[in-house]
Design a protein around this ligand. Structure first.
Ligand code: F0G
Length: 365
């Protein structure tokens, strides 16, 4: 309570340093969702909105640690492959730390807000004629040749910072409910967050803070067009099989080779969770539902709520469960997707009469 640092560094006992390069990050809201809770039909539904971090996604929690480590190591060029959010966070935290940043993005597949952030925070942006997985192959090559310090979630220090999502959820949910949530539902791309949450819960059990039975069921959601984790869970694979062709409106999770799958799959299995794929239409519907409660998220984030609804409909999730859905990025990250999903602006003549006529016409429908 005495610590004045960020939501992340408050938990520095679980982190490799006392403090880091901070903007500051963490302390994100855990929203009540009364109408959606009723509509989906669970005992309790909360949304942990990670879009409220400084650059608008959960990536900030990892970068505050990762960039600090890079300073310690003494590297001068930081690099990542990204579907957008990692590049925005790396650019901002790299700038904060006074370091050069290089980001490789899949050309034409990154939302406008994310490119704008990387650009203004002075990242060197290379648009690769390929998908995210191919960008990551190249960045790994660069790192192996000593040309750059890799800050994708393959970097274990990123995941250390992301563990604090789990710590915040457990602390806040317990304070409100007097118990821990039964289940955490989250979108899965590279499976870094899933791996980070599992590590968080293993450490809590080991420290005696919670029992094995109190660990929430880790439940991953992917888009149907990019669902190698769902396939691995359904088929019982130890690791995912790389999907060469991936597509989804949720470009943040347009990933065919989740590099953290070997760490994340055991977490889903050991906690009694599962993985489910949702369609782009289901994702859009969920994005509207969440927005209808006043909370704005990007498509990938809405996949969590879409997945919960699907699992509830299928009876995999019980009506007496308490659930936390993770929304990983802010609505403004992808303004085009928001505009497509939302109401279209209506042109109107410049007069009160014309406006009155239009709004009466609409309300009489
Ligand atoms: N949600 C959002 C908004 C994301 O940006 C990402 C990943 C995920 C979910 C998936 O998280 O990889 O830990 O399973 N975005 C990365 C990026 C790949 O480059 O911004 P994960």
């Amino acid at each position: 309570d005495e610590f004045e640092g960020s939501g992340v560094w408050r938990y520095n006992a679980a982190l490799p340093f006392e403090e880091g390069v901070t903007l500051p990050e963490g302390d994100t809201p855990l929203h009540e969702m009364p109408r959606l809770e009723d509509d989906i039909g669970v005992d309790s539904l909360r949304v942990k909105h990670e879009g409220m971090n400084p650059t608008g996604s959960f990536k900030d929690r990892g970068m505050t640690v990762g960039v600090r480590v890079a300073q310690e190591v003494g590297v001068d060029r930081l690099a990542c492959a990204s579907t957008g959010n990692t590049s925005a966070a790396l650019a901002a935290y790299g700038a904060r730390g006074g370091m050069e940043t290089l980001v490789l993005l899949p050309a034409g597949k990154v939302a406008a807000g994310k490119i704008a952030q990387a650009s203004l925070h002075r990242a060197r942006i290379l648009e690769v004629d390929g998908n995210f997985d191919q960008c990551l192959d190249i960045v790994q090559d660069l790192a192996q040749r000593g040309e750059a310090y890799l800050l994708n979630s393959l970097n274990p220090f990123r995941l250390e910072g992301q563990k604090t999502i789990g710590l915040e959820i457990m602390e806040e949910f317990y304070a409100d409910h007097g118990e821990y949530p039964d289940r955490i539902v989250l979108p899965v791309g590279n499976a870094g967050n899933t791996a980070a949450l599992y590590k968080c819960f293993r450490e809590l059990v080991k420290a005696g803070a919670i029992t094995e039975e109190q660990v929430p069921k880790l439940t991953g959601v992917q888009a149907e067009g990019a669902a190698p984790m769902v396939e691995a869970i359904e088929e019982g694979y130890e690791d995912t099989r790389r999907w060469e062709d991936v597509e989804t409106r949720a470009t943040a999770i347009r990933i065919g080779n989740p590099v953290n799958a070997p760490k994340a799959l055991p977490g889903i299995r050991a906690t009694g969770g599962t993985a489910v794929a949702v369609s782009d239409e289901e994702i859009t519907e969920a994005q509207r539902d969440i927005a209808g409660e006043g909370v704005g998220v990007e498509p990938a984030s809405a996949a969590s709520v879409a997945g919960l609804r699907k699992l509830r409909n299928e009876g995999v999730v019980d009506s007496d469960e308490s659930v936390v859905c993770l929304t990983t990025g802010h609505l403004l990250k992808d303004p085009d997707a928001a505009a497509e999903a939302g109401n279209a602006p209506e042109p109107v003549e410049n007069s009160t009469e014309a406006v009155l006529e239009l709004i009466e016409e609409r309300s009489s429908v």
